[in-house]
Design a protein around this ligand. Structure first.
Ligand code: ADP
Ligand code: AMP
Length: 208
């Protein structure tokens, strides 16, 4: 049966970077609610218009909206191996996910917590750049884009918004650590290490 893996951790911890590796090497499908919302904002859909207000301020988009998106995605993906990147972010989202999976006779297989300091996250987010054509993530210092690749900075990777997003993480998302610990599903990786070392730790946890 397809595995459901959650990547939990603050913005900028390296979740998207590692999900791209697992996609390339093992075919895991990455569901990033942030990517889905940014796509909707770009297209100017109703969802995009609603989400933009929250995203620009570093706040969370309302749970019912996000849960609706995930429900649709999970239906569409059937029995694939899935990485949930940036979801759930609140206790109600986690409860909704458990219920959704339960109805299909499934459950979350493992939750990987990306452990990293706020200070390190600020360095990573302020240097993050994205290739808008491929969605590939770079860092001006730690993983510079190849020559000729045009990159942009995300609107919410500005200092004031970064601080707000971190505050929101500690208040609303961090309680999920206890939630999944009590289900015996939580595995912690040291996300402050270089990309390859973090990847090794994740593969160990997932027995890949
Ligand atoms: P998240 O998806 O958790 O928000 P990203 O994967 O986008 O985080 O990574 C944030 C930034 O940090 C990016 O610029 C990325 O290139 C860089 N990065 C990711 N992992 C590492 C690492 N282990 N060491 C140094 N920089 C990293
Ligand atoms: P991310 O790309 O994961 O850093 O998400 C960017 C922004 O999208 C967040 O700051 C939120 O505004 C919104 N967002 C993404 N995922 C969620 C979620 N699961 N719940 C609520 N808001 C979300």
């Amino acid at each position: 049966m397809g595995k459901i893996i959650i990547f939990l951790g603050p913005p900028g911890a390296g979740k998207g970077t590692q999900a791209q590796f697992l996609n390339k090497d093992y075919g895991f499908i990455q569901i990033s609610t942030g990517d889905i919302l940014r796509e909707a904002v770009k297209k100017g859909t109703e969802l995009g218009k609603l989400a933009k207000k929250y995203m620009d301020e570093g706040k969370l988009v309302p749970d019912d909206v996000i849960v609706g998106i995930i429900k649709e995605k999970l239906e569409e993906l059937g029995d694939a191996n899935i990485i949930l990147d940036g979801f759930p972010r609140t206790i109600p989202q986690a409860q909704a996910l458990d219920k959704m999976l339960q109805e299909k006779g499934k459950e979350v297989d493992a939750v990987i917590l990306f452990d990293i300091s706020d200070e390190e996250v600020i360095k990573r987010l302020s240097g993050r750049r994205v290739d808008p054509k491929t969605g590939k993530v770079y860092h001006i210092e730690f993983n510079p884009p190849p020559k000729g690749v045009e990159v942009i900075q995300r609107d919410d990777d500005k200092e004031e918004v970064i601080r707000k997003r971190l505050e929101v993480y500690h208040q609303q998302t961090e309680p999920l650590v206890e939630y999944y610990k009590s289900q015996n599903k939580l595995y912690v990786v040291d996300a402050s290490k270089p990309v390859e070392e973090v990847y090794k730790e994740i593969k160990n946890v997932l027995k890949l």
